[in-house]
Design a protein around this ligand. Sequence first.
Ligand code: PLP
Length: 334
Amino acid sequence: MKQIDLRSDTVTRPSAAMRDAMMKAAVGDDVYGEDPTVNELEALAAKLLGTRDAIFCTSGTQSNLLALLTHCERGDEYIVGQRAHTYRYEGGGAAVLGSIQPQPLDFEEDGTLNLETVSKFIKPDDFHFARTKLLCLENTHAGKVLPLEYLKKASAFARNNKLMLHLDGARVFNAAVKLKIDVKEITQYFDTISCCLSKGLGAPVGSVLCGSKDQIKKARRWRKVLGGGMRQAGILAAAGIYALSNNLLRLETDHVNALALAEGLNEIDKIHIDIETVQTNIIFADIKADMDPLCDFLASKGIIIDKSNELRLVTHLDISSKDIDYTIQAFKAF
Ligand SMILES: *Cc1c(COP(=O)(O)O)cnc(C)c1O
């Protein structure tokens, strides 16, 4: 039976063509800077995202952490969303490994941070306080796309307040595809951008951190310190090149599928989805049902969802429109 795994877009498996590219990759020792395929991926990522340089990382968590470590030193602080990945879901890495203090603030409904509120939390230059150095945004956040106008304001705000600006752009290409713009129109506002290759783009492993030559040089040092210096990593980088060359525009299909799934499920009385929030490939649903029997029933039909009470469903390149129809029917049958 085909498995329809809606838990996350991290569950995608490399396609035959991607595996073929991995098989054929030219490799060398990347710690010596001699892996041609890693070098090609880093150049491609920098070109696509409009930065001077880029570095291939083991994961988005590592890529975000490298950004924090390059922007902040011991006793510095970053301002970040309460539910941001870089605060909530990365094991406190910045504090654990960098002695960097987070200043979390609640996100607005649309996934932005209110800049007036942010300004109240920038600490004065006084030895009682941590030094506020960095503002972190996330795009998409919970599947929501940050408005371009907001990014422009946030960038001016950061400059005026002598803050660096980092984007956790794990799904930044979903945002660009949704807005039908070149991703550079989003990334132009940021000093560093982290982007996952291993989610909707379909690579098995890896993220890229993009930024200036100087920032990426610092990040390269920290990546080695963190144990992220990989050797013949070209095998993995080849998957990333394939993803960036073939899987960007097809994200649109995931968005169409997510909307169709949300609309189909919304016909069920015990499910409520705010369609406004379904902007890319992620759906959050309120559901009045016992999750255990629901999950078991769906599993018997080959559909995998998370058991948590806040139902999150994610579409990706291993989910077809037929799978969406089948899934809606299965929910209805339950
Ligand atoms: C997935 C994700 C990351 C990084 O995830 P890894 O699993 O470490 O690659 C970072 N930020 C956001 C918003 C994410 O969704």
